[in-house]
Design a protein around this ligand. Structure first.
Ligand code: AKG
Length: 270
């Protein structure tokens, strides 16, 4: 698919899957880089802003092939806002209930944000790949609840209580290593437990256009931090993150702990 066709599919359905970003061999190299970092730092599942400390994550987040597509989705000025690894270990019960991402970021312009989910291990129905409800991005925000306590991996256990009607239309978004999906912040999605014998690993990345901001007024500091990866930021709503000068550079690691805590403190619902 050309970039334009891929972007058209994203705009029509609220998501697009199976976009090739790296070869499977290259994805394996990036998986090894993550696993090396895990052996040094401990678990990295759902730790924010990994692109500020890991050169592998920075490389994947800033690939021209990714940014060319993101540009078609949110415009020529692109800020890299967040990146996390989302990992389901083999044969574990963790799952993600039906939800919409924008319910917890509070961004002012819902169309000025897109998420990439890049597979570093097979993401299949068996390993608990995402399921997406096509067209659901057009309905705006649905009501969410928190704390379902049923193995939901989301930070506040958020979920859409009445998801049965949505679920019937959901499409399975399986990815081979090196492929990515891109989804809009209102797209309803979920994923089941990993019942395979391999880890399921995704690098989940958020891009925003600089005119958007967190909160009602866009006051400086309220939107957290980000870094321009294409074009320019003429608005200054976000503080400025730094790219990694080397892998796991100690000062950057210390700063990263603070960035992760700040991201989690700003996490909203509703
Ligand atoms: O990794 C998953 O299974 C779900 C990820 C997700 O909810 C997201 O990328 O917004």
């Amino acid at each position: 698919m050309s970039i334009a066709t891929t972007a058209d599919s994203y705009h029509a359905n609220g998501y697009v899957g199976a976009v090739e970003i790296t070869t499977p061999e290259e994805a394996l190299t990036h998986r090894r880089a993550l696993e090396q970092a895990e052996s040094q730092l401990g678990p990295l599942h759902y730790i924010d802003k990994v692109h500020t400390v890991l050169t592998s994550a920075w490389d994947l987040c800033t690939r021209p092939a990714v940014l060319d597509l993101v540009e078609e989705m949110i415009g020529p000025d692109i800020l890299l806002y967040n990146s996390t690894y989302i990992i389901k270990e083999p044969n574990t019960a963790g799952k993600i209930n039906w939800h919409q991402d924008l319910t917890y970021w509070g961004l002012s312009d819902p169309d000025a944000q897109v998420s990439m989910w890049l597979a570093l291990a097979p993401a299949t129905a068996e390993s608990g790949c995402m399921r997406m409800v096509p067209g659901s991005h057009r309905h705006g925000q649905l009501e969410h609840a928190t704390g379902s306590g049923d193995g939901n991996l989301l930070l506040k256990g958020q979920y859409i209580p009445d998801a049965d009607d949505l679920e019937v239309d959901a499409e399975v978004c399986s990815l081979v290593p090196g492929q990515a999906s891109f989804h809009h912040g209102w797209t309803v999605h979920a994923s089941a437990p990993n019942v395979s014998s391999d880890r399921r690993i995704g690098l989940n990345v958020q891009y925003v256009a600089p005119h958007t901001f967190v909160g009602a007024s866009g006051e400086p500091g309220a939107s957290g931090t980000a870094i321009a990866v294409r074009g320019s930021d003429r608005f200054g709503h976000f503080g400025v993150d730094q790219p990694p000068s080397a892998n796991l550079e100690p000062q950057a690691v210390a700063r990263w702990r603070e960035l992760d805590a700040a991201m989690k403190a700003n996490f909203q619902i509703g």
